[in-house]
Design a protein around this ligand. Structure first.
Ligand SMILES: [Zn+2]
Length: 388
């Protein structure tokens, strides 16, 4: 490929993309540049579950029209809370929306006249953390998002793994306590019944309902009405040092650690990134999680341990990741590459040791097939930030 041709391709792909994160209550969207910076943002209410799928498409088309009027965008990436099929074109099921096997990608593409990419919101958030956030420079990453439930995603060897049918990463429904609390999914003892924002609220309400004297600050704060207790309320009390709130977070942290040890047994990541609203309390949650993780980890004492860190991009991760995935998909298609996955560009790691995966060489191969958009710059900066 000649220099002139390279320059044309790079400038084309340097155009911003739109990222749209469709959550349970709001649709957050933004124009994102090639560095992962949000240039402009907008938001809408998520249409109610009773509305037809068409209404969600209207919302998306409206957002693209608004942002596209001011920016010369390349593509649109959508991160949706729900099951996205293996071909990344349909939403099989979304808990908060009327989507049942909804062919979202093609429907939106027809309406907005731009290439569209659809992914699960947790995958999009993980991708953003790998490219621009807490997981830069790490090749094997598992993310766990503690919201109302637990969502997650897996990057192995620099590749986002969506599973054969597109629904990998539903860690929240791994059973950690056989016969335990009933879960919305119909089973009992799912992980998200022990470590999520909902659990924090459920346990705090129970303390107040039982008139437990340890919960007097919580009872005072919700003015004796347990239905007014929220996750952020408990987090704020914990930050002020309230022992009952701290204890509740410690319990959740403990169960988080149990699940992370299970995930380490399955995936052996180098890094766990913990996101979602509950993670805002930082070490009040992560410290007990790390303690239990170490105590529960298979082969502890005889193996390197994954680090457990808080996500860096907060609520913006989903839209930044969706936008970046759209950019990558675009570059891949242009080069007619047969590669089905999106691979991260990673610095060479000398500590890989025994299984000695030559990541650098793979990056170059991937570059040949078109995923390497900005190899030299990204590799160098990730290397620095990785602190190796
Ligand atoms: Zn479940």
């Amino acid at each position: 490929m000649g220099m002139a041709q390279t320059r044309t391709r790079v400038s084309r792909l340097a155009r911003p993309t739109i990222g749209i994160d469709i959550g349970g209550t709001k649709v957050a969207a933004g124009v994102v540049d090639a560095e992962g910076t949000i240039v402009e943002r907008t938001r809408r209410e998520t249409p109610s579950k009773s509305k037809s799928p068409r209404v969600v498409e209207d919302t998306i088309a409206d957002i693209v029209a608004e942002l596209g009027a001011r920016h010369h965008v390349l593509a649109v990436g959508i991160g949706a809370a729900g099951f996205v099929d293996g071909t990344q074109s349909s939403v099989l099921f979304a808990p908060h929306l009327a989507w049942r096997n909804e062919p979202l990608r093609d429907a939106v593409q027809r309406r907005v006249g731009l290439p569209v990419v659809v992914d699960n919101d947790a995958n999009a958030a993980l991708w953003a953390e790998c490219r621009f956030g807490a997981a830069q420079g790490e090749s094997h990453v598992v993310c766990v998002n503690l919201g109302t439930g637990i969502g997650g995603g897996v990057v192995l060897d620099g590749v986002l793994h969506r599973g054969r049918f597109g629904v990998a990463g539903e860690f929240g429904h791994m059973i950690v306590v056989p016969g335990g609390h009933r879960c919305e999914c119909g089973n009992r003892g799912c992980w998200e019944q022990y470590a999520s924002g909902n659990v924090l609220v459920r346990e705090a309400r129970e303390l107040v309902l039982n008139g437990s004297p340890v919960a007097y600050r919580i009872a005072e704060t919700c003015e004796g009405d347990p239905s007014r207790i929220t996750g952020p309320m408990i987090s704020a009390l914990a930050a002020q040092g309230d022992p009952a709130a701290l204890e509740l977070l410690e319990d959740i942290g403990h169960w988080l650690g149990v699940g992370l040890a299970n995930l380490a047994a399955a995936f052996d990541p180098g890094l766990f990134v913990i996101g979602g609203g509950v993670s805002d309390v930082g070490d009040l949650l992560l410290q007990p999680a790390r303690t239990t993780f170490r105590r529960t980890l298979t082969g502890r004492g005889f193996r390197p341990e994954a680090k457990v860190v808080r996500a860096a991009l907060g609520n913006d991760a989903g839209l930044i990741g969706a936008a970046d995935l759209a950019r990558r998909e675009r570059s891949r298609r242009r080069d007619r590459a047969k590669l089905v996955t999106t691979r991260l560009l990673l610095p060479r790691r000398r500590d890989v040791g025994g299984n000695g995966t030559p990541i650098q060489r793979r990056v170059k191969r991937a570059g040949g097939t078109g995923t390497a958009i900005e190899p030299t710059r990204y590799t160098a900066s990730a290397w620095r930030r990785g602190g190796a």
